[in-house]
Design a protein around this ligand. Structure first.
Ligand SMILES: [Zn+2]
Length: 252
């Protein structure tokens, strides 16, 4: 990463100066999670950070070093998946946010490269409002924006509704962002049918998916990945510019 929006590459005095001027801070969490046989465990971390850095450039924000583990209960049965409890994930983020609040961050935007983290990001923002009255904590579901209905309909292979995970769309994003980490020759084509009781009781994915991926990863292209990533960045950046005010905008 050579992006000037990455706070991890700032010196301490430079960070202080940027913090005072910028719209706010983006905190990304991701996951250490199996993504089939053709994508790396780091997939959600790469996607989360790459989207956040592009969004930050367009919105005058800074991106903190990420939390590279998340809540991945469903994929627990696969090698390499490491799941934080929701309680631990929220506690880590709570302490990061508290430090940034104490240093004077105007706004703090929570993002995730992994959809399963979002319910807890929202829950945490609510708790911080109740506990401290902090109204400057935001959560933008950038992954839902990436997997919009419109873009899903452009996929070449069917996109399973059970989970958008390590299939054509996510593979396309990684092919665009980090092609050297994708091995399409190992991608499976799996369209799992979960048991009828799946929506009504807890069930790990390894009970009904063999490879860990949903859909046909080999149908992915880098060009489709570029389209998905650009759509997510543009949608999220527009929302942030509209809603997360700072400086002269704040008095609009
Ligand atoms: Zn993922």
């Amino acid at each position: 990463m050579t992006n000037k929006s990455y706070a991890g590459y700032c010196t301490s005095p430079d960070f202080k100066e940027r913090l005072a001027q910028c719209r706010g801070i983006i905190v990304v969490c991701g996951s250490c999670e199996q993504h089939g046989h053709h994508l790396p465990l780091d997939t959600d971390n790469i996607i989360g950070m790459e989207l956040a850095l592009r969004i930050a450039e367009q919105t005058d924000m800074l991106v903190m070093p990420p939390v590279n583990y998340g809540q991945v209960w469903s994929a627990k049965g696969f090698p390499g998946t490491v799941c934080l409890s929701a309680q631990t994930l929220k506690q880590i983020l709570r302490e990061i946010i508290t430090a940034l609040e104490q240093q004077g961050a105007r706004n703090i935007v929570l993002m995730s490269g992994h959809n399963g983290n979002y319910p807890f990001l929202k829950e945490l923002a609510r708790e911080l409002l109740d506990d401290y009255g902090w109204q400057n904590i935001w959560h933008f579901p950038v992954i839902s924006m990436a997997f919009s209905k419109e873009l899903t309909s452009k996929a070449k292979a069917p996109v399973p509704t059970v989970a958008v995970h390590a299939g054509e769309m996510e593979t396309a994003m990684l092919l665009y962002l980090r092609p050297e980490l994708v091995d399409l020759s190992r991608a499976s084509a799996e369209f799992p049918e979960p048991p009828a009781d799946y929506p009504y009781r807890p069930m790990h994915w390894d009970q009904f998916v063999t490879s860990g991926s949903f859909g046909k990863g080999a149908a992915a292209t880098a060009e489709f990945g570029r389209e998905i990533c650009e759509h997510a960045v543009q949608t999220c950046a527009e929302l942030i510019r509209k809603l997360v005010k700072y400086g002269p905008e704040a008095s609009d």
